[in-house]
Write a protein that binds this ligand. Structure first.
Ligand code: NAP
Length: 485
């Protein structure tokens, strides 16, 4: 085993930390993580908006090897998740191998492997690169006329100001994805008035949260099997299975069941028929990522919360003018308008064999064999890359399963079976054509807009159910790879 392979992990978020921990556990000594920010945590470091929590059950959104008996409730708030990652960084001594404030600007493949350049002008040589740069980290500002004329504080949800007091203010929130819904729910009763600007209605799944008592936490501490029981709760496992079966096959019985449930919940939750029609989605449930909230429908029926469904005409110095001529007076404007989700490892300039640019390879859409590796970019592996599973389940589990697969590719190099490994063009082409055909049949491709769709309108997601993903990640088929000595 060559344990002196040089690894560069890009990003110290959930996936990059996982890679670093796993590599060191596997005995590799030369592992460096390059992180552009000042701290670990990735999306949980970047997002600090009011009301932020993870709508995936906390014990499920936890590394399998580092259970956390201290979660405060079934769903954990963002700050607590960030603390978990900071604690993990300490516990696994990751801070010794992470270079913070180190933005990677390019990775170039050459005869001796990869050369990684940083914004500060340093270069680092690597045999293997793990791109763990996340998906949702380039805020998307809305193209709304006169946005810059607003006189009060105005910011994207992922650029939350350190000091902002929203108590007693008239606050506008544009966007009603998972972020906007969590924000508005938390703002109700804090702000004087909340105006929630909704361009498209959302389907909402009522997922109740509940706190863990001190006694329960003590029990988790004393008996880790109880945590495992929460993670392996047959109801949760079944729910993920049924959900991924439904999204993979929009004509399935599971999808029909989900749609009926959500329609019932919707119809029963909104008392005013006029408000109900304004909130009624005109596309199929789960086409956009489902919003998980047991409280949003109650919140939008409060007198201090207004749902604004008329199109936004423009922003004015004092608020937002809608096309019906109404000026919505605001003191603070929050843009929960999502992210450029097609960037992945970019804007880092990646050049593979013969100088080929990743931007060129990805000109039509970002893609990778099994979401992990790309021909002509040897020893370069993506975690949570294009075409990986996304939805209402744990991305930690996704990354851990991907690691199982990547570790076996790396082992080919470290055992000397080859110096470099990358998938064949034939394997990628066959895989992508199967994936695209299946993706068009998923619920994500049933006729709505969302960040799941690529520039050509095809879902850039794992299109099969979760069991198929789990199976695909158990072991690589080496016939699909070029092993170069
Ligand atoms: P998003 O789902 O992309 O939603 C963006 C929202 O902004 C949509 O409602 C969109 O309307 C609206 N919008 C965009 N441009 C607009 C414009 N010009 N005028 C009016 N409205 C505009 O973004 P997000 O809510 O930040 O969520 C992104 C993802 O982050 C989620 O899907 C999820 O994967 C993740 N997330 C997870 C959690 C969690 O608890 N696990 C929490 C928050 C976020 P349209 O629908 O009409 O385009």
């Amino acid at each position: 085993m060559k344990k002196d392979l040089r690894f560069i992990v890009i990003g110290a978020g959930m996936a990059g930390m996982l890679a670093a921990i796993r590599l060191r556990a596997e005995g590799y000594r030369n592992v460096t993580v390059l992180e552009k920010g000042p701290q670990v945590g990735g999306t949980w470091r970047e997002n600090r908006y009011l009301g932020l929590y993870c709508d995936v059950p906390a014990h499920d959104y936890t590394y399998s090897f580092a259970p956390n008996p201290e979660w405060s409730g079934y769903l954990a708030p963002g700050a607590e998740i960030q603390q978990y990652f900071e604690d993990i960084a300490e516990r696994y001594a990751l801070t010794q191998i992470i270079r913070f404030h180190t933005e990677v600007v390019s990775c170039t493949h050459g005869i001796g492997g990869w050369t990684v350049c940083t914004r500060a002008g340093d270069t680092v040589e690597a045999d293997v690169i793990i791109a763990a740069t996340g998906v949702l980290h380039h805020p998307r500002m809305p193209e709304i006329p006169d946005l810059d004329t607003f006189e009060g504080p105005k910011f994207h949800s992922a650029r939350w100001p350190d000091t902002i007091d929203l108590a007693g203010q008239r606050v506008g929130v544009i966007g009603n994805g998972s972020t906007g819904v969590q924000l508005v729910t938390a703002l109700a009763g804090v702000a004087r008035q909340v105006s929630h600007f909704q361009r498209s209605p959302q389907w909402i799944m009522p997922l109740p949260n509940f706190p863990y008592t001190d006694k329960e936490r003590q029990a988790f501490r004393e008996n880790p099997a109880l945590i495992e029981a929460v993670r392996k709760d047959p109801n949760l496992v079944q729910a993920v299975h049924r959900f991924t079966t439904a999204i993979a096959n929009r004509d399935s019985a599971e999808m029909a069941e989900l749609e009926a449930f959500l329609a019932d919940y919707f119809n029963q939750s909104i008392a005013d028929p006029m408000l109900r029609e304004r909130l009624r989605p005109t596309y199929r449930a789960a086409c956009k990522r489902l919003i998980f909230s047991a409280t949003y429908y109650a919140v939008v029926q409060r007198p201090d919360v207004a749902i604004v469904t008329d199109r936004i005409d423009r922003v004015t110095p004092q608020g937002v003018l809608t096309c019906d001529g109404i000026q919505h007076e605001l003191e603070v404007l929050i843009l929960a308008t999502g992210f450029h989700a097609d960037r992945y490892v970019r804007p880092i300039a990646i050049r593979g064999r013969h100088g080929i640019a990743l931007d060129t390879v990805w000109a039509q859409r970002p893609h990778a064999y099994l979401a992990i590796s790309i021909p002509e970019f040897p020893n370069f592996f993506l975690l949570n890359g294009p075409g990986a599973p996304v939805g209402n389940f744990s991305l930690i589990d996704v990354a851990e399963r991907q690691w199982t697969y990547i570790a076996q590719l790396i082992a080919q190099v470290s055992t000397g079976a080859c110096r470099e490994i990358a998938p064949t063009q034939t394997a990628l082409a066959a895989y992508e054509s199967r994936r695209i055909a299946a993706a068009q049949q998923t619920i994500f491709g049933s006729g709505c807009t969302s960040w799941y769709l690529d520039a050509t309108g095809i879902p850039n997601t794992w299109p099969w159910d979760y069991a198929t993903f789990a199976q695909a990640m158990t072991a690589p088929n080496l016939e699909d790879f070029n092993l170069q000595s």
